[in-house]
Write a protein that binds this ligand. Structure first.
Ligand code: ADP
Ligand code: MG
Length: 365
């Protein structure tokens, strides 16, 4: 037992007995954690007039703009596994999910808010604290690249040993101009950004016997599952240049997200299989797995959008490849929402097969 004359709580949560300087690990308090988050979040700037530290954040609405708000869960065991995803990846993906929703509507990010529930041991052990630090390093790393400040949130201890995060993103867009799912018209051409199936292919690799720790020294581009890139610049360019009639981000997979766009727009879509851009990781999969990853694999966070045939669509926007993958046509009663056309002209119904909660098929990672 130590005789403690004075204690000094360091931000890392280690308490030192001043007379002996022996370590008594009491963990980190909620307050110290919030202070750590506050330090990492930087000073309020731009549209954030007041960030972490008060009861509410204060945001400035840019003149002539509307605010857009989106919220997304990141749940351990459902969206990530601590033994597969690195802490940086979990933080990155948490913010990327929200930013991708803003990208889909052509919005500019204004601020992020994070409600985070952590198991007690993450704050009571050095390893747990390191996990939390690295989680925020991943989150802030992505936020810094897009000038997004974490302006507030909530912190709680979770039950059941799970990490649960809920991110809220606020964005802005010129009034009346935000891209929507519902603007697609029969005759429009269908496009997508980047390549498809990479995130599903990397997940298969992470979960399989060939699982490798490939983190060190490799770039984010090598990890479509762990570090997806929200296509903010593309979405903003589509809005600014008036190129798209409808847009959605592919978080749940092409088949599922295209069905959403079709339903909201009241149209049918025809997708050409050979026109789909296949990610290099997915190209290494066996035929059936490849098709599944490209058509139904979620989490690529690429944009899927429609534009009139008359629009001369650039091959690249903001450095990101744009592929023409099909077209929207009139929806006839009793017909499928999406039809897949193969190389020889064969047509088949493309059922939504992507990520869906409460379907009984939602994956436990
Ligand atoms: P209150 O009890 O009034 O809701 P809190 O003590 O929960 O305030 O939070 C104090 C400050 O820290 C607030 O500005 C809040 O937005 C911020 N905050 C708390 N948890 C987080 C978090 N996980 N991420 C970012 N900011 C947070
Ligand atoms: Mg309060």
């Amino acid at each position: 037992m130590y005789h403690i004359f004075a204690i000094r709580a360091l931000p890392c949560g280690t308490i030192y007995a001043a007379n002996t300087m022996k370590r008594v690990d009491r963990g980190i308090s909620e307050l110290a954690l919030i202070e750590q988050i506050r330090l990492g979040s930087g000073r309020p700037k731009g549209p954030v007039r007041l960030g972490i530290g008060d009861d509410c954040a204060i945001l400035r609405v840019p003149a002539g703009c509307e605010m857009l708000v989106t919220t997304d869960f990141t749940l351990e065991g459902r969206h990530f596994r601590r033994d597969w995803h690195t802490p940086e990846s979990v933080g990155h993906r948490c913010l990327a999910r929200g930013l991708s929703d803003l990208a889909a509507m052509g919005a500019n990010p204004v601020a992020a808010f994070l409600s985070l529930a952590l198991p007690g041991e993450t704050l009571r052990t050095a390893m747990g604290r390191s996990w939390v630090r690295r989680f925020f390093a991943g989150l802030h790393g992505l936020g810094d690249r897009y000038g997004v400040i974490l302006a507030g949130g909530d912190t709680a201890e979770s039950v059941g040993g799970m990490v649960l995060a809920d991110i809220v993103l606020v964005g802005s867009a010129p009034a009346g101009k935000a891209l929507r799912r519902s603007g697609g018209r029969a005759g429009d051409v269908l496009y997508c950004t980047g390549a498809l199936g990479g995130a599903a292919a990397e997940l298969a690799e992470m979960s399989g016997a060939r699982r490798q720790k490939r983190m060190a020294g490799e770039s984010r581009e090598d990890h479509p599952q762990m570090f997806p890139e929200p296509r903010l610049a593309v979405g903003q360019a589509l809005l600014r240049r008036g190129l798209a009639t409808a847009c959605i981000d592919m978080s749940d997979g092409l088949s599922t997200d295209l069905a959403h766009l079709c339903r909201e727009s009241g149209v049918h879509a025809e997708v050409q299989w050979e026109a789909l851009p296949v990610h290099a990781f997915a190209a290494r999969l066996k035929d059936g797995e490849l098709e599944r990853a490209v058509l139904h694999g979620g989490e690529d966070y690429e944009l899927l959008f429609a534009a009139p045939e008359s629009v001369a669509m650039p091959r690249k926007i903001a450095g990101v490849a744009i592929s023409r993958i099909g077209r929207l046509t009139r929806r006839r009663a009793g017909e499928p929402v999406v039809t897949l056309v193969d190389e020889s002209g064969g047509r088949r119904r493309l059922e939504p097969g992507g990520w869906e909660h409460f379907s009984g098929a939602a994956k436990n990672l």
